[in-house]
Design a protein around this ligand. Sequence first.
Ligand SMILES: [Ca+2]
Length: 361
Amino acid sequence: MLRRKLSIIALVFLVSFTLSCSATEAQVAEEPVEEEIIISEYRGGKMSNIKKVILDVDPGRDDAIAIMLAVLSPKIELIGITTVNGNRPVWECTENALRVIDLIEANVPVFEGSNLPLLVHLYKNRRPPIPRLKPCPIEGGLLEIPKAVSKKQSQGAVDWLIKTIMESDGDIVLVPLGPMTNIALAIRIEPRIIEKIQEIVFMGGSTGSGNVTSDAEFNIWMDPEAAKIVLNSGIKKITMVGLNVTHKALISSDECDALYNIGTKASMASANFIKGRIAGGEIQGQNAAPVHDALAVASIIDGAVIKTRLCNVDVETLPGVTDGRTVCDFNSKERNNVYVAIKVNQDIFYKTLINVLSLSK
Ligand SMILES: [Ca+2]
């Protein structure tokens, strides 16, 4: 797979130069700051750098597209996928991840993780029933692609994460695209992984409003204590790709048609998944939808997809109206622990989808 990826890097560059990338829109606020002086480019590494990546997912239609991007991109070596309770019960997330892997004939191991959040579901009336057994219209249920033939690995996700990270050269980028339960458990069981993780790039949170409550984004809201553990762990670099940018990188129905017409398994499935999200009505009044998790992976493939600002981020875990909010302090005198995406380039994001998803059969 790696050799194949290297051989098509040139093709991707060529294409990139020839091709011109339960919330309402009203709930998503503008980010608080946009002065040029605070915007920092990041992840400026040489194009030949291939990132070793682990995806932690809860598919979910947007996770499915994120998986395909990570598998197919010449810029990423996807060494494994872990699943977690989130959009769907974890067993369904695992089946969905395996379905995606089989669809594009990838050879990536899938490890099943936590089936419940750490704590939040234990507090009466703090959350509706978890796991969510009813498919939501935006994310769907079991993905509308052939059933998986591949099987999950026998080792559990948290054990595998710890072993893999500890045995690494400190060069793994961990990409949580669902609730951070697995990551928090791994940190608690083996805190030495904190020093070994090169970077965490997570989809979740927001500098403004949420999409489950007025303040909370789904991934953080589903397990706020886990997110709090991860963001306060001291991991050397954490990047947040939140609703404040994913809602500004919508993919339209027309763009889905163009994606579908490329005719690869990955492009056609992705187009159908995005159309499913549009039909689910995530953004009212627009014939377009965000593809949250795919944006986070796209930002690893091409650092120009987002711009970030280093600031102080913590998670509200007290029951109440702000429960699950990512509190972003852009003027902290105490600490700065997270690179928060504050700008997004939809054009580059769309081109990245087109370029990378065209690389499957
Ligand atoms: Ca997800």
